[in-house]
Write a protein that binds this ligand. Structure first.
Ligand code: BES
Ligand code: MN
Ligand code: MN
Length: 467
């Protein structure tokens, strides 16, 4: 491995990056104007347009491009020509976004990208259109500069990441040859903080479930019938609160059986990162942080499992009171999982726990949604060294190594199916508001991300490929 070279981007590429900044931003704004919400059945056309947009972008750059139909939303694949003896890199990202609601909380509409004080506001700005586009732009400029890329870059941009990546998973075996690579590069996470880039070496997995408790066949007068039958909302509250104790520990028998503890060395590494609980509490607008005792906040967010209720519905939701016993109650909830927890085993344990605690007089329905295992990847490899050098070159600061608490369902499957290392290079910030109103992405970080990506091809190109 050649050591870090502070000027690894060829001049002709570097000049193009500087000269085309406004075109790069315009491109992103175009893509962001398409409301590609994968979970919204009325947004099918937008999903199609978002896939077509990125396909056209690859095509215009001169890359070989393929639209791969699935049972769900299309995959968009592109590649640059193979380079003998050089590594093959697969860039993965997603063109789908989370629903923009609540709309009234947005300062400017979610699909009308707007720059304010150096940040670009729009749904998908940081998650993930802005981030994945950095790699597409850098390859486009390499190709346009006439400088030979020192490796082959493949791209896979999918439309179901935000709903569990089921179609990609179903097609992965068939695509393994197309996607074969030495290393997967993903920019769909965050820097550690303002001015502190990071490489992420671990993500949590996820298990999503929905619980429904049914009572009377319709809402009832709570005066006439209160006390005579089980209220489904109360039954649901009992069931949900049985999942977690007041110290934040998950109370499902067997839940922690397979949890891999972080090594002392890793806990030290995470402990040495800057940041304090009071500052985070202030940023998040809560009186104090809370969670499982005995673990620091970063360990709780990154290396310990957690339980969250994501949505809760029952009874009268409108203005004013309404004296009823609701006929049903529903909750959506998720567990974040860590290595080596198996989502299927956890789902079975949760089902058993809830069924055994169902109060009398109501019916229970439990739906298991998407599940994905957590993952960790190597923290020292030639790929990581190359990424460190590229990031330092573009951001002017060496990255720190972190884990993150979010989930990218397909990564663990990539590791298994492609037997490739994974580089998670997040250009976003924790306070970008992914999944929240007023999602944003720093314009400067977008351009730095493009530059880091351009440098990454040079740094990785110095390594030799597997074949
Ligand atoms: N980009 C996120 C994953 C992420 C979030 C990585 C925070 C690192 C830090 C991704 O788009 C995402 O939101 N994933 C979902 C997956 C789920 C819907 C199956 C998640 O984590 O909730
Ligand atoms: Mn994402
Ligand atoms: Mn997301």
């Amino acid at each position: 491995m050649t050591s870090a070279n502070p000027t690894s981007i060829p001049d002709a590429v570097s000049r193009r990056l500087a000269d085309h900044q406004s075109a790069h931003l315009d491109d992103l704004c175009q893509w962001l104007r398409i409301g590609s919400v994968s979970s919204d059945p009325t947004a099918r056309d937008e999903m199609d347009r978002a896939a077509a947009w990125v396909e056209a972008k690859f095509h215009a750059a001169g890359m070989a491009t393929k639209r791969i139909a699935t049972a769900g939303f299309d995959l968009v694949y592109a590649e640059t020509p193979p380079v003998p003896d050089a590594p093959v890199v697969l860039v993965y990202g997603h063109y789908d976004v989370q629903p923009p609601e609540p709309l009234e909380k947005w300062v400017t509409p979610p699909f009308e990208p707007t720059v304010r004080e150096g940040d670009l506001y729009a749904r998908g700005a940081t998650d993930d259109k802005g981030q994945v586009l950095t790699h597409i732009q850098s390859v486009t400029e390499w190709l346009a500069s006439g400088t030979a890329l020192p490796l082959q870059v493949k791209f896979l941009v999918e439309g179901e990441e935000e709903v569990g990546s089921e179609s990609l998973e179903d097609n992965l075996e068939e695509l393994a040859e197309t996607l074969a690579c030495d290393c997967v590069v993903i920019s769909d996470s965050s820097q550690y903080g303002e001015g502190q880039p990071a490489i992420t070496y671990g993500l949590r997995g996820i298990l999503a479930m929905e619980i429904r408790v049914d009572g009377p066949s319709q809402d009832l007068h709570s005066g006439s019938f209160g006390g005579a039958l089980m209220n489904p909302a109360i039954a649901l509250c009992h069931l949900l609160s049985s999942l977690v104790d007041s110290d934040g520990r998950i109370a499902v028998p067997g839940f922690y059986d397979d949890v891999a503890l972080p090594a002392d060395q890793e806990a030290d590494l995470i402990g040495s990162l800057p940041g304090d609980d009071q500052t985070m509490a202030r940023q998040l607008g809560v009186p104090s942080l809370f969670g499982e005792s005995g673990f620091s906040t970063n360990l709780r967010r990154w290396a310990r499992p957690s339980f969250d209720i994501n949505g809760l519905t029952s009874g009268h939701q409108g203005e004013g009171g309404k004296t009823i016993i609701p006929s049903f109650a529903v909750a959506k909830f998720t567990f974040r999982l860590v290595p080596d927890q198996d989502p299927d085993r956890i789902a079975a344990a949760v089902r058993k726990h809830l069924e055994s605690r169902l109060p009398p007089g109501v019916r229970l329905t439990l739906d298991v949604g998407h599940g994905a295992p957590g993952m960790v990847t190597s923290i020292d490899s030639p790929f990581v060294d190359a990424a460190k050098a590229a990031i330092e070159e573009a951001f002017g600061v060496a990255p720190v190594m972190i884990r993150e608490g979010g989930s990218i369902p397909i990564v663990a499957r990539f590791q298994a199916a492609l037997d490739a290392d994974c580089l998670l290079l997040g250009w976003g910030q924790n306070d970008d508001g992914a999944h929240s109103p007023n999602e944003k992405f720093s314009v400067a970080d977008y351009h730095r991300g493009i530059r880091a990506s351009a440098a990454l091809w040079q740094q990785l190109g110095r390594l030799s490929g597997r074949t």
